[in-house]
Each structure stands twice: as C-alpha cells, then as structure tokens.
Write a protein that binds this ligand. Structure first.
Ligand code: PRT
Ligand code: ZN
Length: 287
C-alpha cells in the first residue's frame, strides 16, 4: 500500500503539546496546526496527526485507532495498556512522589500504614504499597491532589512533581519518589511492515535531531605549533578537520563537541592558543 499513512496521537493541549509538535517540526514534518483542530495531515510525510487528551492516548494506540503516540511514562504505566515503548524523548520529565504535611513524622514508608492517600495514580501507587507491604486507603481524585490534606480529605498525597514548588506552597514535604517519568514515543503491538517502515523513517529523524541537540559545531583558528595539543582536546565525530589558513603558520580546525562539556573545552582551547572560536548549533546529526 503506497498511500498508507502512519497515525500519531499527540496531547491536544497541555504540558506535552508544544514539545510534541516541535519534535515533528524539527523532523522536517510540515502540518497545519491550530488549537481547535482534532486532526491534521502532514504535507510532506506519510503521517496523520490526532490531537487528544493525554490519558486517552495509550488506549487509542493499544486499540489501533492510532499507530503511535507521544505520552508520559506515568500515564502509560497507570493505564496499563499494551503498547511498545519505542523511544524516550527527553522532555516532560517529572516524578510521581509521596508527600506529607510538614507536621507528619515520616521515617519510612511503613508510616503510611492505615493512612489515607490522595492520588490520580491509583494503579502505580497500589503497586508500590503492595511491594512495601503497606496497607493504606487510596482516594482517587482527578485534579488538585495537593490540597487534599488541608481540606481533610487525606493524610498524604501521591502526585507528580517537577520543580517541587506546588508541594512547597501547599505545606507538603516530598518523602518518597515512586516513579520517574518522561515523554515517550509508543507504538501499538504488531505494526504491519509498511507502518513499521514509516515509523523507522520517523525514528531516524528523531534520533538525528536529538543527537544534534546534544552537540555543537566548533570552528577555530590555531597556530600550527599548537595544532597537536588543540586537536587532542577535540575528539570530533571521527577526528577534527584541519585546513590551512591563507596566513602561513595558521590552520582552521572544525569539530563537533558535546553540549555538556563545551564551555570547559572552549576555555582549554583558548588557554592553548586557539583564536576566533565560533560555536554553532547543529540541526541534524546523522551517524
Ligand atoms: O488535558 P489533558 O488530560 O491532556 O492534560 P493533563 O492536565 O492531564 O496533563 P498535563 O498537561 O498537566 O501533563 C501532561 C504530562 O506532563 C503528565 O502526564 C506528565 O507526564 C508530564 N508532566 C511533567 C507533568 C509535570 N511535569 C507536572 N509538574 N504533569 C503534571 N505536573 C503537575 C503536577 O500534577 C502538579 O500539580 O504540576 C504540578 C507540580 O509541578 P511543580 O513544578 O510545582 O512541582
Ligand atoms: Zn490528562
């Protein structure tokens, strides 16, 4: 089937929406997105995009309404749908944690025995409690979990945390992380050969864009007598490119360096005698 399209489910509006849409954009996929729409067709890639509530995405994918989707690992684990995790995407990072009011004397998870815990994640929580042999009462609430203790609905909360400021402003103390999460690309089981081929094309682009994000392209001028030392500081993909400058005794050196250590390397390069250092972002990196 030449005209087959892969169907992808993205969060319509929420914390994962902008990053999910941006991921497709940096993969060079063009589509018309406006917030009212529930679906869109890509112009230059065999992809049809569905915009849904995040909680529904694992179900849509498992039930083959969509072939693939982008969702938080927390939602995937909670809904317990049969989907394959294809790729971690590095955004939407958060953790599911237990938090207690400041006055709660918390030493170990055993202190939760007999307590009432408010959460939107009853499945992940009950698995954790069972594993730790704790018998607590789970109160399922769908939003604003953090206010449950102050209104007398629960003794403890189990909620998603990123910066921690929501817990802090509600007088709660994070005591235990029970699940770490980030956005993932998921696929339905048993994708047919054509769908798998389109997914592989998409993954190739995602990996190129993610690798590019983690690296910088660096150009500099080096006096020839310092070249050996400078080249040693720059691993490059294979090894740095060295080209002679018009001015004798000088060379231009080009390389790729990791985003995490580039400031440190730049300082060392300067100390070694490098001049005119330029650092550029990379759009795609294909190995
Ligand atoms: O409408 P829809 O159902 O699609 O969206 P939603 O409101 O259910 O989800 P949304 O958009 O809030 O979150 C989507 C996904 O983002 C979650 O499933 C997580 O995978 C991820 N994510 C990352 C977070 C957070 N960080 C986060 N901080 N989801 C929620 N929060 C909330 C948390 O519940 C708490 O209320 O933010 C608050 C805590 O934040 P801090 O920074 O104060 O700690
Ligand atoms: Zn939701």
């Amino acid at each position: 089937m030449m005209n087959q399209k892969l169907k992808i489910a993205l969060q319509k509006s929420g914390r994962l929406s902008a990053d999910s849409i941006n991921l497709l954009k940096i993969c060079g996929i063009k589509f018309d997105y406006n917030s009212g729409k529930l679906r869109a067709a890509a112009e230059n890639f065999p992809l049809e995009i569905f915009f849904l509530r995040d909680d529904d995405i694992p179900e849509y994918v498992a039930d083959k309404v969509a072939d693939i989707g982008i969702v938080g690992e927390n939602v995937l684990a909670e809904t317990r749908r049969c989907c394959e995790t294809i790729e971690k995407l590095g955004f939407g990072k958060c953790r599911l944690s237990l938090a207690v009011p400041k006055s709660f004397d918390y030493q170990t998870i055993k202190n939760l025995d007999g307590k009432r815990i408010a959460t939107s994640y009853p499945n992940i929580l009950s698995e954790c409690l069972t594993k730790n042999n704790v018998a607590a009462e789970i109160h399922i609430i769908s939003g604003s979990v953090e206010i449950a203790p102050s209104i007398g609905l629960a003794d403890v909360v189990c909620d998603l945390v990123s910066s921690g400021s929501t817990l802090l402003t509600n007088g709660l103390r994070e005591v235990e992380t029970i699940f770490e999460s980030e956005a993932v690309l998921i696929a339905r089981p048993n994708l047919d050969e054509n769908a798998r081929a389109i997914l592989d094309k998409l993954r190739f682009r995602i990996n190129a864009a993610n690798a590019a994000k983690q690296n910088k392209y660096i150009l500099l001028n080096a006096p020839d007598e310092k070249l050996a030392e400078i080249v040693k500081l720059l691993p490059g993909i294979k090894s740095p490119t060295v080209l002679p400058l018009a001015e004798r005794g000088w060379s231009s050196v080009h390389s790729v360096i990791g985003e995490n250590d580039f400031w440190e390397i730049v300082e060392q390069l300067k100390d070694t005698g490098a001049e005119g250092i330029l650092v550029l972002s990379i759009d795609q990196m294909i190995n």
